[in-house]
Design a protein around this ligand. Structure first.
Ligand SMILES: C[S@@+](CC[C@H](N)C(=O)[O-])C[C@H]1O[C@@H](n2cnc3c(N)ncnc32)[C@H](O)[C@@H]1O
Length: 262
């Protein structure tokens, strides 16, 4: 077959596939990432544009990484597999003794953080009780109620042999008393509510909690079409608050990172 015919056939098949995707193929979950790819590729976005400078995963972690992974398969509400790998490698490499997570959900990130901490490391993870959905201090994003309304937090680490490294805390991140952790946290993962108000409040909380010389903060859901509030809040902090001017967006993930380490 000539090169022209191969390319023409590719074009024809792509057009048919696009028609199928738009006519109803999107109803199947497995096809939906294609919509996101098209959306991202053409930059059609009603939400805030990402402004934070990017770094590659290699810039952050170097060329060779070591890590351990467990509970690899993601469900809706978890970080995706590639992101899990980045957190695990980051923890393995930076060896944070005290970690704090806002937003436990099923405990998949909590367990993987604990697994990669040095021996003796501790992880604290805060979650909102389903009974508090209607009494939070700030507005939640309506779409996230399904992650809050679950029978139990941390089901993936319950009964696990590393569960003793994890302390489950309950409360609303806007009103929780974090004072005992101020300046004491080596690694903070912000993945709680995705509303603009919470993203801003949790980020400021994280800024107070991390060790001012060696601390690291990681955020999830930056530049996500589903959670514009996170992008808006982080853009705003990056542009207006010198404490957050070192924020970086990790390429091919929805993570942002701020590290106090040289
Ligand atoms: C997207 S899930 C976290 C996913 C998890 N880090 C993982 O990937 O394994 C968000 C979590 O934040 C919690 N959350 C939402 N609003 C909160 C609040 N105001 N305070 C504390 N936790 C909150 C929800 O209950 C939910 O478990």
């Amino acid at each position: 077959m000539t090169r022209f015919r191969i390319e023409a056939l590719k074009y024809f098949k792509s057009v048919i596939s696009c028609l199928y995707l738009c006519a109803g193929g999107f109803l199947l979950k497995k096809h939906r990432p294609l919509l996101k790819m098209i959306h991202d590729h053409f930059g059609i976005s009603a939400g805030p544009k990402p402004l934070i400078p990017k770094i590659t995963i290699g810039d952050l972690l170097g060329n060779e990484v070591s890590l351990k992974l467990t509970e690899i398969d993601a469900v809706e509400g978890n970080v995706v597999e590639c992101e899990l790998l980045v957190i695990a490698a980051l923890i393995h490499q930076s060896e944070p003794g005290v970690c704090f997570e806002i937003g436990t959900f099923d405990g998949r990130t909590a367990l993987n953080i604990a697994m990669n901490q040095p021996p003796g490391g501790r992880l604290f993870t805060l979650d909102l009780l389903r009974s508090e959905i209607n009494t939070t201090q700030l507005a939640l994003d309506k779409a996230e109620v399904r992650y809050i309304d679950k029978p139990a937090s941390g089901s993936r680490f319950t009964g696990h042999h590393l569960a003793h490294k994890i302390t489950q805390l309950y409360g609303d991140s806007a009103t929780y008393n974090f004072s005992q952790f101020h300046s004491n946290v080596d690694f903070m993962f912000v993945d709680g509510s995705h509303s603009y108000e919470y993203a801003l409040s949790d980020s400021r909380t994280a800024g107070k909690m991390i060790n001012p010389i060696t601390g690291i903060i990681l955020w999830h859901d930056y530049d996500s079409p589903y959670w514009p509030g996170v992008t808006q809040a982080l853009n705003e902090l990056y542009l207006s608050d010198p404490e957050f001017s070192g924020l970086r967006h990790i390429e091919n993930t929805s993570f942002c990172i701020l590290t106090k380490r040289p």
